[in-house]
Design a protein around this ligand. Sequence first.
Ligand SMILES: Nc1ncnc2c1ncn2[C@@H]1O[C@H](COP(=O)(O)OP(=O)(O)OP(=O)(O)O)[C@@H](O)[C@H]1O
Ligand SMILES: [Mg+2]
Length: 546
Amino acid sequence: MKVKDEEQRTKSRFRREVAAIAVMSSVLSMLLQAMSLLPVAMMPPVIDTYIPSGETGKVIFAILAFCGIPVLVTFGYNWYQYFLMLQSRRLIARVNLECFDKLIHQPMAFFDENHSAELARKASDDMVSYIAVWTIDLPRLLSGAASGILVFVLLCRIHILAALFQLLYIPVSIGLMKLVGNRLQQLIARVVDFNARYQKQMQEAFRSIRLVKAGVMEEQEDRKVEEIQGSVLKIWGKVAFFDNFVGGISNTLMPGFFYGATFILAALLAATQAITIGSMTAAVGYASRIHDIFTSLIATYNGYQKARGQVAAIQGYLELEDERDREGQGRWRFEQEILFEDVSFRYPHTQKDILKHKSLKIRQGDWVGITGASGIGKSTILELLLRFYDVDEGCIRVDGQPLGDISLYDLRRSVSYVPQEPVLRQGTIRDNLLLVKPDATQAQLIDAAERTGILREIQGGLDREIGEQGMALSGGERQRIAIARCLLEDTKVILLDEATSQMDKATQDAMAELLHREQKARGATVISVAHRLEFNRFADETIRME
Ligand SMILES: Nc1ncnc2c1ncn2[C@@H]1O[C@H](COP(=O)(O)OP(=O)(O)OP(=O)(O)O)[C@@H](O)[C@H]1O
Ligand SMILES: [Mg+2]
């Protein structure tokens, strides 16, 4: 399982890199936190000992440290941010790619269920928070907790009561985090969903622009987009409410109470001479640090929950199995026949059997025509042969070898497929031909295009722009590009699904002759679905589906 091993390696390398950045980030952040604590820790000896005993050298050193440490921390922090940003961007690109790779290797049933615009939006837009959870939020959480413990120990050394009092932060913070954490996660997951729907709605409107304009449906489309916007705004309103609710309590109420109470407690302890004035000053300083730590802990936790909501879809995608997981290892060998043995099939998540105990035989080198009523399952036969779907019962064999045992790459590389709707992309005719054979020479491209007659028909030659989905061409021209691709691919099996249905009779005849010549020259097998029997007049056999 070469492909699988490769994938496994990529995955573990990716995880290792995330972990390495997370660890480095935690250490750096803790170091910076510890350094920023030094000035406070130096207060007691400076106030209580050095100044009263007139140790000028030490006092000057302390003043230098007071000024120098914030400078160092600031530079250190800047560098740390720069480092994180670079590493995160690199990782985001990697996750992006991994997610796209997962999606593009999903079986066809996945694409029947998911909209392309939603997939694209979810798979690309939300990576930042996914990486930030690991590289920024979690390290910050860890270093926050570690420096919290350190400050607590330092406070214990001043007076246990002042330290224990700070423990009250724990239940208050946990309460606050519990109150809103889950809700934020769910709300953001819904925002992600709605954003994807928003994208889908717009793409659908633009894709069907001819229908929209002909039906004067512009306002109707505006309203659909507005409706989704309204739902998203409502959710953001809730997010803002919870954010501000927590922010208000943790930034205003909590310091008001804890900071003031610690000051009074420390002052009482100093008044009863349980601690010195220097220690009292330090205790108040530590209390403010503890407050900062808990505020950032709460903010980080909420950010973490929001990020979890945001990455739920991506995480789901990354965990999907893909076509490669059920891939056969056998080579494609087709010298005798393809057999459909008692095949039954229904599309995933549907109730209707499309094929019921169907048996077919296709001999190598034959032109096999398939006809039958609309919706009977002709295209389905071709899709099963390409293993876009797996049969439910029975078996498809190629020279005796079950289709499922053949490597998907090998199988699909051995077959040319002209689908019922030509699949064209924005760009030139050249771009569209090069998709199936990126290393084709100019001569090969011109030859393939010329033989279908498309170059005679249109202006601009191979460099003619064909518009999104080839919509700047006629239906018949689009089909000719699809046939030109098939000529370029030079395989020994050609699947044609209504390949000339949008052409006039003369052109259709010319295409049938062209493909027949090509079949004979290559010694290829043609399986051709067509309503019009004339197109299959070269057929050695015609299967009528009932
Ligand atoms: N991806 C799919 N998911 C669910 N049902 C599908 C899917 N594709 C096709 N079908 C259904 O399967 C049946 C057979 O479809 P198929 O495309 O094979 O028909 P066909 O014989 O090629 O028809 P036509 O001559 O109109 O092209 C139809 O009822 C169709 O609605
Ligand atoms: Mg069809």
